[in-house]
Design a binder for this molecule. Structure first.
Ligand code: GMT
Length: 377
């Protein structure tokens, strides 16, 4: 198939999923055309069958606000026409599904290009609900030829929040379990835990919904029983406040702010437990990456997290903001080697057996076939 993919190319789970999906589809012989304003950051190596089309926006003085959505629609028309695309797969509803709808209408006389929209989370649960976007998001989803969500939770939210009556396919996020895997004790671990400290870790974009401050409070509690440290990976609006809080809580050298990092596998392998205390989380890709590296996860009971983390098996689930309980769960695992090993194996097993790319990519391929009407009876 010839597939156009549009996503946010910089940091963010939806961009990661879209790019990894494109790479896997290309490896399976499909021709993949990325259409976005920048090269997706996970496309750092040449992959056969992958092409990139940059959307350029005009800086004409009359246009006080960027007309990216329109430029994107125009570029979609161009690429679909000249590269003869079978379908456009857009990730994150705003504005990608709307631009794709516009492109579809422009092309209508000549061909019926199919549009598939994958909803990732905040496009439905947060931004999409803003009055300035709500009608547009509802319309763009309804007009897509196919819609997928990354969890059952997000499907329900989409149907109820927007009163949509449409078939939505749930296709969960995936990982390459041959890349995200447990590794022998690494140099980074030796450097940050020279005295055998236990390491808690959190990876995110430090937005309010992530409740990163909770991870600091959890560490403070855990330290009453266990010699532990916290590694924080990523950057975003809440980082400065968290740095201030770490000082206020007198956590000193036991919190390590690494900022944005590429070497995630190495860093995850230096840790013992993954914390994801989010206020809202449609799937939790960062938790899946940690599980694949053999880290049990302590998560809040929101969104799609309970679909990923099995309570008392691959980690623990607690109410949003229940820091005491999360800390107790952490201490329980960090002070019981046998239980920890079991949970660690369970976490890795669930990542490999339920969410490996070899299981999920064929589900996208089948869905494409269905939407294109190529299904064999
Ligand atoms: O909000 C983010 O963390 C970024 C956002 C995105 O679209 O880039 O992430 C969402 O999509 C990810 C990939 O499907 C999911 O793993 C995240 O759970 C989801 N984030 C939220 O729902 C808050």
């Amino acid at each position: 198939m010839k597939i156009g993919i549009t996503c946010y190319p910089t940091y963010g789970g939806s961009g990661v999923v879209a790019t990894e999906l494109g790479k896997e589809l290309a490896l399976r012989g499909h021709e993949v055309h990325f259409i976005s304003y920048a090269l997706p950051f996970r496309l750092s190596h040449y992959v056969e069958n992958i092409f990139f089309h940059e959307v350029e926006t005009s800086n004409y003085p009359l246009f006080e606000f960027s007309l990216y959505s329109l430029a994107l629609a125009s570029k979609m028309v161009e690429v679909a026409t000249y590269e003869n695309l079978d379908l456009m797969h857009v990730h994150y509803a705003i504005p990608h599904a709307t631009s794709a709808y516009l492109a579809k209408q422009i092309l209508k006389e000549k061909r019926d290009i199919k549009i598939i929209t994958t909803l990732h989370g905040t496009d439905i649960t947060l931004v999409g609900l803003e009055p300035s976007f709500l009608h547009l998001v509802k319309f763009s989803i309804e007009q897509s030829d196919g819609v997928t969500t990354v969890s059952r939770y997000l499907k329900e939210k989409t149907l109820t929040n927007y009163s949509i009556k449409k078939d939505i396919e749930v296709i969960p996020n995936f990982i390459d379990s041959g890349y995200f895997k447990p590794e022998q004790a690494c140099l980074f671990r030796k450097r940050i835990a020279p005295n055998g400290e236990k390491i808690l870790i959190h990876v995110s974009n430090f937005r309010v919904v992530k409740r990163v401050a909770d991870t600091l409070h959890i560490l403070k509690q855990v330290q009453k029983d266990v010699n532990a440290k916290l590694v924080l990976v990523g950057d975003g609006p809440d980082r400065s406040e968290c740095e201030r809080l770490a000082r206020e809580l007198d956590l000193g050298q036991s919190v390590i702010f690494l900022g944005k990092q590429e070497a995630l596998v190495e860093i995850l392998n230096a840790a013992d437990l993954f914390l994801i205390p989010s206020q809202s989380e449609s799937f939790g890709l960062s938790a899946l990456e940690a599980m694949a590296c053999g880290l049990p996860v302590i998560a809040s009971s929101v969104g799609g997290l309970p679909e990923l983390v099995r309570h008392n098996e691959t980690g623990f689930i607690a109410e949003i903001g229940d820091i005491d309980r999360m800390a107790r769960y952490a201490v329980d695992l960090l002070t019981n080697d046998k239980k920890y090993k079991l949970f660690s194996n369970n976490a890795r097993g669930r990542a490999v057996n339920e969410f490996d790319k070899s299981l999920i990519i064929p589900r996208y391929e089948s869905y494409y076939t269905k939407v294109l009407g190529l299904e064999q009876n």
